[in-house]
Write a protein that binds this ligand. Structure first.
Ligand code: GBH
Length: 502
């Protein structure tokens, strides 16, 4: 072992010793025989081929080339080169025993300028058909996300993308129709948007993700995020209606959306204000989208009350549409990584506050940490919070849950030896799978499948190539793929957990 690897191995040991508490031991609990598993990626993070075969630019192509850099000096022009290496990647998935693969389509690859009257790029269509057919030929079911953060730059230039609800919605409808028409004979699982909360808040309030709107950029952070969220909800509902009316009868697929969210525990469990804060934080994070989309009704009362006129209103027609489409959503797509504590502040909130003045942290009032940290300080191992979020989502929405992303980067993973022997991640994954088992068998919740984030190390947005979430290691010099211990762990544990559970 190199000296550095040795140092990291020791650091990992230290973190690991925190893991030996009784509730942090993997129990290898059973999962249903028909439970499916696989891994997830997104187009911009893995494809590369940024200008290949007529692809147009997205807001991420712009954002990663800003000076000074806002993405750690890095971009995803090449990244994993999945665009040219997908056959190798699909074979790898097959060899690891995956049932399914979650991918996203780069809108600007199939419609380079993005708009409803703009030309289609047949070469881009061909790429996705080849990828999908290769998956199917290997017995791997594709689940396709239409939007994972990469709106065509031309639409941003024309009307600021999500900030213009009517324009965006019309362009997104055409893009979705194109995808259903061209891929829908093969794809039976669709997701419209990945993580509307992140698009709204991280893209249009704190500006750490493209298009990078924030106070310093002199954009209206008081209202923009809520407008963006509104656009996403209505665009989702429109596309669900289109799918149900025009495609589902012949194609027989399922459609929904992916919502992310931490679970929140009260910072001081003896204070009613903090108990309420934990619940309200979840409403502002998940209910914001979940209530209109899955329940076909207005925003949560807590949001309307606090945000007042900052929150756009649904018209009677909008509410009709939401009501008519909510039951078409076939599953709740859940991206989940970790749990935090929520605390009600009494100090005056910032003018563009988006939390109802609730502060979140990994430490509670007694100074206890929510769990051992991965290489991202916010991402702690807290499997009981996962089980509670599954319960929260199930109680509120009564929809079968697909866990569409879950995973972590390990402490010390910059070192290849630590990456390959990724004990920390294996422990994390094992514990989170145990939580799913408990949710299914002890709590009576329908959880249907699981996608590890991510199939392979990739471009982690504003953090560039720093954090490595893959269950497969990628050497970004040579682009060589090497499965980590966790890839084999998942292969084996799914085999064992699903045995004899018919
Ligand atoms: C997902 O986003 C994305 O879908 C995926 O593309 C991404 O690569 C993956 O997760 C890993 O990040 O301010 O403390 O709440 C997750 C988005 C990123 C949201 C980190 C919360 C900041 C931590 N999350 N983010 S905190």
């Amino acid at each position: 072992m190199s000296e550095e690897a040795n140092m990291w191995a020791q650091a990992e040991q230290t973190v690991f010793s925190q893991l030996t508490g009784s509730d942090l031991l993997v129990e290898n609990l059973k999962l249903p025989a028909d439970f499916i598993w696989g891994a997830a990626t997104s187009a911009y993070q893995v494809e590369g081929g940024a200008t290949q075969d007529g692809k147009g630019r997205s807001i991420w192509d712009t954002y990663t080339h800003l000076e000074p850099s806002r993405t750690n000096g890095e971009n995803a022009d090449v990244t994993c080169d999945h665009y040219n290496r997908f056959e190798e990647d699909v074979k790898l998935m097959k060899s690891l025993g995956m049932d399914t693969y979650r991918l996203s389509i780069a809108w600007a690859r199939v419609i380079p300028l993005g708009g409803r009257h703009d030309p289609i790029n047949e070469a881009g269509i061909t790429f996705y058909i080849r990828l999908i057919d290769t998956l199917l030929a290997h017995g791997i079911t594709p689940s396709v996300t239409l939007y994972h953060w990469d709106v065509p730059q031309a639409l941003y230039d024309r009307y600021k993308a999500f900030l213009n609800t009517d324009e965006f919605r019309a362009d997104f409808e055409r893009y979705a129709r194109l995808c259903f028409t061209r891929f829908g004979d093969r794809v039976k699982s669709w997701v419209t948007f990945n993580e509307p909360y992140i698009i709204s808040i991280f893209g249009h309030l704190n500006g750490s993700l493209a298009p990078g709107h924030c106070l310093q950029a002199e954009t209206d952070t008081k209202t923009e995020p809520w407008r963006v969220g509104h656009t996403i909800i209505l665009s989702h509902a429109s596309v669900v209606r289109i799918y149900a009316e025009e495609f589902q009868p012949s194609q027989n697929g399922r459609i929904s959306i992916v919502l992310n969210g931490h679970f929140y525990e009260p910072h001081d469990a003896t204070k009613q204000a903090d108990i309420d804060a934990a619940q309200i934080r979840l409403e502002f994070y998940v209910g914001w989208f979940g209530d209109p989309i899955f329940l076909g009704r207005d925003y949560p009362a807590s949001m309307k009350e606090y945000l007042g006129h900052r929150l756009p209103r649904f018209t009677p027609d909008d509410l009709e549409l939401l009501k008519a489409t909510c039951s078409v959503n076939a599953f709740y797509g859940m991206n989940h990584y970790s749990t935090k504590f929520a605390r009600q502040l009494t100090t005056p909130a910032a003018e563009d506050d988006w939390t109802r003045n609730i502060e979140e942290s990994s430490v509670n009032s007694k100074g206890e940490e929510i769990g051992p940290a991965s290489s991202m300080p916010w991402l702690r191992i807290a499997p009981s919070g996962f089980r509670k979020l599954l319960n929260w989502a199930w109680d509120r929405y009564q929809l079968p849950i697909m866990v569409t992303e879950n995973g972590c980067p390990c402490p010390g993973e910059a070192d290849l030896e630590v990456a390959i022997n990724d004990q920390f991640r294996q422990r994390y994954l094992g514990l989170y799978l145990d939580s799913i088992s408990k949710a299914i068998y002890e709590d009576g919740i329908k959880v249907q499948g699981y996608y590890a984030w991510s199939l392979m190390d990739n471009f982690e947005w504003s953090s560039g190539y720093g954090p490595r979430y893959g269950i497969v290691h990628v050497d970004f010099e040579t682009l060589k793929r090497t499965p980590k211990g966790s890839a084999y762990y998942l292969q084996q544990t799914f085999q064992e957990r699903r045995k004899d559970q018919a």
